[in-house]
Design a protein around this ligand. Structure first.
Ligand SMILES: [Zn+2]
Length: 298
């Protein structure tokens, strides 16, 4: 149970580009039921609101006393209440929290999905019991969130944890954000696949590249060794600033075992200390972290 919060049931919604998921948590933050359906985001903004409403209705049938919901989604809410940086682009510039509040007749809190991941893992997952937790997302993008003693720290500009756009090479590849050599341009799945394609002349997805690396294939070896080295550099930068009690890895690439051995050794080589004590843990909640974190916003 989250420190300092009353024990009660909560509803969380994960609004992704491909699916909308809802969960009801019991008073001990355990999921008692979950519902999901396709977002069908290609059908537009009003349709997406309708999909969220259906899922919320299902959850409320089970927990009618809930008068507020938390929603996790890519991007963030600007100061004027509009959305920005969503890869479900029809949400951008829309007043999502306000429109959902009116449609559902409930209080709605919208939060970035990487922050929801970090909150869930800090409160109910691999970071449980730790003071300062940095949740890292390594997937099709690179993001993160910071949780201190069970409370999310989004920061006054809602930027905290966005380490994916630290530049670690000003001469590196261009990023959509306008910089060059962002962490995301080196560590996200599509970026590694691009590096492999350039080096080998062949297309392969991340699991195939890792399998080829383990088999000793030269192009995959070069690409994965560079990936682990850059992971070490980028995570050491985080640790030098925050010195978190625990770092929890999530997203599709967090399943790569070498991150916790060779990747960790690389971090130790770059961190500004003669030892590395920071635990680097695999997430415990898997795909459910986002929706559980959304419920924990309340
Ligand atoms: Zn960038």
């Amino acid at each position: 149970m989250q420190v300092g919060k009353p024990s009660r049931r909560r509803i969380g919604i994960d609004l992704g580009g491909t699916k909308v998921e809802g969960v009801v948590l019991d008073a001990d933050d355990r999921p008692t039921s979950r519902y999901r359906m396709a977002t069908e985001s290609e059908r537009g903004y009003e349709h997406i609101l309708g999909r969220v409403e259906i899922i919320v209705d299902m959850c409320r049938r089970e927990a009618p006393e809930c008068v507020a919901i938390g929603i996790g989604t890519p991007g963030a809410v600007c100061r004027d209440g509009t959305m920005k940086n969503c890869n479900t682009t029809c949400l951008n510039d829309r007043l999502l929290p306000q429109d959902l509040t009116e449609r559902l007749g409930m209080t709605v809190q919208v939060e970035n999905d990487a922050n929801c991941f970090a909150l869930a893992e800090a409160v109910a997952g691999a970071g449980r019991g730790a003071g300062l937790v940095f949740g890292v997302i390594l997937g099709t993008g690179v993001g993160g969130g910071i949780v201190h003693r069970g409370e999310l720290l989004p920061g006054p500009q809602h930027l905290a944890g966005e380490w994916g756009h630290h530049s670690i090479d000003p001469l590196g590849p261009a990023c959509y954000c306008g910089q060059r050599g962002c962490v995301e341009r080196f560590l996200a799945g599509p970026a590694v696949e691009e590096q492999y394609r350039e080096r080998s002349g062949q297309a392969a997805d991340m699991p195939a590249i890792v399998a080829a690396y383990r088999a000793g294939e030269p192009a995959a070896t070069a690409v994965v060794e560079q990936f682990l080295d850059r992971f070490g550099r980028a995570v050491a930068n985080l640790i030098d600033i925050l010195d978190p009690d625990v770092i929890v890895l999530g997203g599709g690439l967090s399943n790569i075992d070498e991150l916790y051995t060779l990747g960790r050794d690389a971090v130790a080589g770059y961190v500004f200390n003669n030892e590395l004590r920071t635990p680097l843990r695999r997430n415990l909640l898997g795909d459910s972290a986002g929706v559980i974190g959304a419920a924990l916003l309340l």
